[in-house]
Design a binder for this molecule. Sequence first.
Ligand code: ADP
Ligand code: MG
Length: 685
Amino acid sequence: MANLDMEVQYIKGVGEQRAKAFAKLGVFSLRDLVMDFPRAYDDRREVRDISGLIFGEMCCVSATVAAPARLSRIRKGLDITRTVVVDGAGRMTVTFFNQSYVKNALIPGESYIFYGRVGGRIGAPEMTNPVFERESAEPAVTRRIVPIYRMTAGLSQRMIRSAVRQGLDKCGEEFPEQLPLAVREKYKLAQTRFAYENIHFPKDMESLEIARRRLIFEELFVLSCTLSFMRTRQLRKSACRIVPDGMETFYDALPFALTGAQRRAIDQILRDMAGERPMSRLLQGDVGSGKTAVAAAAAYAVTRSGYQAAFMAPTEILAEQHYKSLSALLTPLGVRVDILTGGLGAKAKREAQERLKNGETDLVIGTHALLSDKVEFSRLALIIADEQHRFGVQQRAALSDKGDTPHVLVMSATPIPRTLALIVYGDLEVSVMDELPPGRQTIDTFLVGENLRQRVYAFIRKQVAEGRQVFIVCPAVEETEEPADGLKSVKEYARELQEKVFPDLRIALVHGKLKAKEKNDAMESFAAGNTDILVATTVIEVGVDVPNASLMVVENADRFGLSQLHQLRGRVGRGAHKSYCVLFQGAGGETAMERLRAFTRTNDGFKIAEEDLALRGPGDFFGSRQSGLPDMHIASFASDMEMLKTAQSAAKELLERDPELKNAENAVLRESVERLLEKNRGTFN
Ligand code: ADP
Ligand code: MG
């Protein structure tokens, strides 16, 4: 049996040059090659007579070469090879561009199977550049289901197919089986050899399905085993025990009574942190459910016990806002609160870092700047990450490295299905806050077209006249970008709005390209009620709290994910005023419209998130390309959720019996787990 770690260049027909091209696809070893599954399949099983050909269709036809092929040179760089093929009842012309070898490859009197698109006229069919092989040959590119692979310059489908074929043959009969027999039997999964053979060269559609099922299971199973394995390792570490006293002081200082859900979440967190193992908890609560107060309680407990806490926000605007509200709450209780963001001047930053390092700061609030190597803590015991999914997993790992296995609390308004959460966050406990503070109203949401634009403007005017404030959010479009579909850059949009529509109102603009100070000034002015309308990109999406704002208008709503829209809508309705959300539908198609209509009908973040996940897949669901999910070869976190659950429970069963995968029959699996750990070092928690 071949060693799966063998480099691809040693496979027959590959060599050094093509190995370089394979490397671009991420294929280095024989293992990579056989795991580079086809992205699609072409069903070429049906073979027709010439008389039965249908114009415009791709199909196979069996025919005999009637005359020697003729090669004509049209001009430099263009030659044509042409011949006629026949069967019992018909004739067809076949033409090849720049494939002069065909002249000798097609032997008159021999029968071939041609596969290509049928052209020509009725009664005079033609094929241009068909693939072909002898009728007597083993079917490879005709008469079967043919795999289609990802491509890159320097490789053709034919080369990849042939390399995979050689690769599979090299692996021989003894393809290493990493699924224990008991698991395979229980879940009715095909053998490894069968699966790899049929995922590449399926015998029929049924075999392909059987192969796919096994390989998807296998991939998710190995992933699940890896995560459990890590958890076992994590649980062996010990953490700072936080045994807070005086929590009542904190509760008394709050300007409101906690909701039951907030109480429960705080209890869970305090119990976790009082234990010997590092806490790893996800706090899920819809927009406005009051997660900040819970975070504040956790931070208070830690600082009371003489340790430091770090609170990481995804944007400077949010960091500023948290800094203001948390220092207002906690400074009077003797907690030394500080802020550290990229926007601080060099000197201020250095001083803040000094205080942190010397232990003069108890709670630091910041952005990514907290991850910088220059930031050192003296006794960090708790990391809180707000709106977690916006941080890459690497970034979180970097912060975790700063303390001596600190407790970790991540907060998200996006309800992530538990199965997925397990993968993104590693193994963690989840607290769900399913209750909003009292007195919140539902936000009336409307989907409108361009024809209602003037009425929407009139409505904006009316809200402002009543003393309210308005957000208008546009998709981020840079000035340099070619504006498509009538999209305008926010700058231009804000200018027009000010000049032509609301010359008498106070309009401000926030977008990602502004300097931190400019952003803060604009936000502060809005929060203070000195601005009527805030035009913004999604920088205001998360967390911003302006209770006087009662109307959220979203331009080109079709360009946003539903969870993102839900976040945006959550920026209003935070005070006592009746609030509204108006979506301009934009140029999206009917599917987009259906999505938006569904959105107007519910205020339930959970339903919206599930809808979003089903429609857009997890990459978009998490709102960024860096979803925190590991790359998968064949499984999809969007469509294989059921299988993921099955694989997770199978992994759990197995690890209960063999927690460290020491049994001989789990040796191959253990190797895969180690490999995955290695590949994702610093990625998994
Ligand atoms: P989110 O969960 O979206 O981060 P916040 O923590 O920003 O929510 O809280 C939203 C608003 O609700 C804030 O203005 C906060 O002061 C207020 N709030 C939080 N908890 C309560 C409560 N128990 N009763 C009343 N208001 C609360
Ligand atoms: Mg928040």
